[in-house]
Design a binder for this molecule. Structure first.
Ligand code: CP
Ligand code: NVA
Length: 308
């Protein structure tokens, strides 16, 4: 079964072919209305289930629109309205859904739920974000970087802020796509060492630099994300904000990056917290291209999963 569970679990050649396919599909649709079908309808006759146990705007809409452009039908399901994990085991839900649909995308909390679903489904499963990783996002981010600046291999990517699920998928991508990665944030919010070690073992230069200005120095790409993720307790909000404030991406910090550096944020953003509006709407920012490329990258991921 060809699941898309994480970037480090997917062969680098397959990842590269997905980025190429995403770019080709994007170019082929240039100027077409959003609801116009793709020329070749590779998912005609397929049913795609999109399960959300957490809120989502981009993932929900881009998977739904992308699947439809390729000719599929979609079912958008909320975890709370299903039996998933409470009325029955996740394994049973996986076995049953596999009798109705051809592909399952799930956004959930614990990584174990995703893995259990994938273990027991007889159709491909795609990770639409867990507490631990967000691989679809980083496929779109790699695509976006390369669209603007060419190959990402050997580039310096700097993450400022919380060592969260989106950072983790950047670390996975560093190893698979061959870029260097610097994490800059407070020690209390460091990413799991495992993510850093894996990228290092594949030859990426991976550093932790506490001073944000030194970290960003010479960066090709600066990335941040919300200071409080959906799975984080709101009771930690004030402490996190106090710890993360020095890592805000503002114009002063961006001035330490290369002149042609890009700025990314997966969104949703808390403007003027993790990044200022001046940066988000400024000349380095490619946040809307990132959001758009979720659509194209995920179409490529769905095709790869289904082998079409
Ligand atoms: N970036 C991202 O995954 O956004 P949503 O939470 O809106 O899906
Ligand atoms: N780190 C964020 C990403 C949202 C797309 C979260 O998990 O809430």
């Amino acid at each position: 079964m060809t699941h898309f569970l994480d970037i480090h679990k997917t062969d680098p050649q397959a990842l590269r072919s997905m980025i190429d396919s995403a770019r080709a599909m994007k170019m082929a649709r240039d100027g077409l209305p959003k609801a116009a079908p793709d020329d070749d309808l590779p998912l005609a006759g397929r049913m795609v289930a999109l399960i959300f146990e957490k809120p989502s705007t981009r993932t929900r809409v881009s998977f739904d629109v992308g699947a439809r452009q390729m000719g599929a039908e979609t079912l958008v399901l909320s975890g709370s309205e299903m039996q998933l994990g409470h009325g029955e085991t996740i394994a049973d839900t996986a076995r049953v859904l596999s009798r109705y649909v051809d592909l399952i995308m799930i956004r959930t909390f614990e990584e174990e739920a995703l893995l259990e679903l994938a273990d027991h489904a007889t159709v491909p499963v795609i990770n639409g974000l867990t507490n631990r990783t967000h691989p679809c996002q980083i496929m779109a981010d790699v695509m976006t970087y390369e669209e603007h600046r060419g190959p990402i291999v050997g580039k310096k990517v700097v993450w400022c802020g919380d060592g969260n699920n989106v950072f983790a998928s950047f670390a996975h991508a560093a190893g698979q796509f061959g870029f260097d990665l610097t994490f800059s944030g407070p020690e209390t919010l460091d990413p799991e060492r495992e993510f850093l070690e894996l990228a290092r073992s594949k030859g990426s230069r991976v550093e932790i630099v506490r001073d944000p200005a030194s970290a960003v120095s010479g960066a090709d790409l600066v990335v941040t994300d919300t200071w409080v993720s959906m799975h984080d307790s709101q009771t930690t909000k004030e402490r996190r904000h106090n710890q993360l404030r020095p890592y805000q991406v503002n114009e002063e910090l961006m001035a330490h990056a290369k002149d042609d550096a890009l700025f990314m944020h997966c969104l949703p953003a808390h403007r003027d917290e993790e990044a200022t509006s001046a940066v988000m709407d400024g000349p380095h920012s490619v946040i809307l291209d990132e959001a758009e490329n979720r659509l194209h990258a995920q179409k490529a991921i769905m095709r790869w999963c289904l082998g079409v």
